[in-house]
Design a protein around this ligand. Structure first.
Ligand SMILES: *Cc1c(COP(=O)(O)O)cnc(C)c1O
Length: 345
């Protein structure tokens, strides 16, 4: 069956233009720094995000971990959100492999961290305690509903951190969605950061890869960390070629996914048994709960939808997540609303 797949924007397959570019890519050994296509992707990424250098990594998880290993020593501490992807869904890599401790603060509704709570969490110089080294942010914030934080916030937290001798890393897996929602160039959000990772393989539709950006000296350290983690790839230009198209062609169209999510959410509000989160969708993610009126749980609804060709994300007993993306087209919206209506009526 040809499913309408709303589970995640990670399900996006490469576009025909990406496949052609991948087939034609000039390649070399990237561990020797000799892959011209990887080099081009890294330069383009650095330029876009307002940093000196970039590093192509196979996954966002490796990008975030390489960044943490490059910023921190064993016994250092990272301040991050309780709902951060790095805290929840990266298998604890910072502690497992980095010997880095984490301090988790509650995320605000928009996914941000409150500066006064960070201030209170910074460790005094005391041999009993780990050393506060890094703040990690996430924008857009996945677990907080695809919410975004403003340019002013990114500036404030960067000034705040630097005044206290701390660094700031941004897990910007979907930072281009944040830029689209705010209608600003992405560097407005990313250049105040000491480092940023973004995913090519989500809404930007490339098959594989993320890019970590920062200063030249930082990226040199991160390249060593990537090698330790087994991420030194050889003729990776075949993958980077799709990444270049992701940046050149796909970043400017993300607003369409946000619009489609809004239209879909409007259709869903009218269906009994569905209670949308307040403010959803902020970008390309819709979150809702099933009320008693629905007479079924989320996994039962997901199964019924699957039987008629629609895949959704189950995010809790009564909770569903829908993510729009390049391959979710205009006609799919009516089909989705009708399917929910048929099952829940
Ligand atoms: C997807 C994602 C990542 C990285 O995921 P990978 O699957 O390792 O590429 C990191 N942070 C956030 C917020 C994400 O949504």
């Amino acid at each position: 069956m040809n499913y309408i797949d709303l589970r995640s924007d990670t399900v996006t397959k490469p576009t025909p233009e990406m496949r052609e570019a991948m087939a034609a890519a000039e390649v070399g050994d990237d561990v020797y720094g000799e892959d011209p296509t990887v080099n081009r992707l890294q330069e383009l990424s650095a330029e876009k995000t307002g940093h000196e250098a970039g590093l192509f990594v196979p996954t966002g998880t490796m990008g975030n971990l390489s960044a943490i290993l490059a910023h921190c020593q064993r016994g250092d501490e990272v301040i991050l959100g309780k709902s951060a992807h790095t805290y929840l869904y990266e298998a604890g890599g910072l502690s497992v492999l980095g010997g880095v401790h984490s301090c988790q603060l509650p995320n605000q509704p928009d996914g941000s961290l409150a500066l006064d709570e960070i201030e209170a969490a910074i460790r005094p110089d005391d041999p009993h305690q780990p050393i506060t080294r890094l703040i990690t942010l996430e924008n857009t914030h996945n677990h907080c509903g695809g919410t975004f934080q403003t340019v002013a916030y990114m500036h404030n937290i960067s000034e705040f951190a630097h005044a206290r001798g701390l660094k700031v890393h941004l897990d910007g897996a979907r930072v281009f969605n944040a830029a689209a929602a705010l209608n600003v160039a992405v560097n407005k959000l990313t250049s105040p950061m000491d480092s940023v990772t973004f995913c090519l393989s989500k809404g930007l539709s490339a098959p594989v890869g993320s890019v970590l950006c920062g200063s030249k000296t930082f990226i040199d350290r991160a390249r060593r960390a990537r090698k330790i983690l087994g991420g030194g790839m050889r003729q990776a230009g075949v993958l980077a070629a799709a990444g270049i198209i992701a940046i050149d062609k796909m970043t400017s169209r993300l607003g369409e996914d946000h619009l489609r999510a809004r239209v879909l959410a409007e259709g869903l509000t009218k269906i009994p048994g569905i209670e949308l989160d307040e403010g959803t969708p902020a970008t390309n993610m819709i979150f809702f709960n099933l009320t008693d009126e629905a007479n079924m749980l989320a996994n039962q609804l997901a199964k019924k939808l699957k039987d008629i060709g629609i895949l959704v994300g189950v995010d809790g007993e009564r909770r569903i997540r829908l993510v729009t993306h390049f391959w979710y087209k205009e006609d799919d919206v009516d089909k989705t609303v009708n399917a929910f209506n048929t099952i829940l009526k």
